[in-house]
Design a protein around this ligand. Sequence first.
Ligand code: IMP
Ligand code: MG
Length: 182
Amino acid sequence: MNSDIERVLIDEKRLSEINKSLGERISRDYEGKRLLVVCVIKGSLIFTADLLRRISVPCELEFIQASSYGSGAVSSGRVEIKRDIPYPIDEYDILIVEDIIDSGRTLRSVIDHLEERNAKSVSVCTLLSKPSRREVDVDVKYIGEEVPDLFVVGYGLDYAERYRSLPYVGVLKPQVYENKEV
Ligand code: IMP
Ligand code: MG
């Protein structure tokens, strides 16, 4: 295991089970619809890649980038859409795929943005949710797992752009970020 990781929170086997069950639900719910899966980069990249292979109905893939965190572990509170879908989306039922919902601000902005662009429908699938941290109310239809208020990395999630490539979700040792300015 990576020496900056305190413990594994969600291992590869559990991640695979989560993807399978979310994929089955999504495939049932989007039967006959024009599904556009919108991956919120960069954190959701690996989750989206695995989830897509569990979705058995036809779908298209896009990327959106929103930033609120800068490079550290503490939210700045401001959310900016840095990359948008470069064509009209009014014919699509959109499924936003997020890595983790913390305050809910990033997701709120992405949902509002896609609704303002007149998407047919907008739903959300997140791998992880930290309900105790919620500041903004958001309706999340598909949740992989609820996690406590800990800073986690791996499987796409980063701390200062590191640890995304770990094949599991792990808790970062507090000393890794406590000693640094975030
Ligand atoms: P929110 O806007 O406060 O909900 O923050 C959501 C975004 O913050 C996520 O998409 C992640 O990029 C990042 N984030 C929140 N919590 C964590 C964490 O524990 N580890 C890594 N990134 C996190
Ligand atoms: Mg991030």
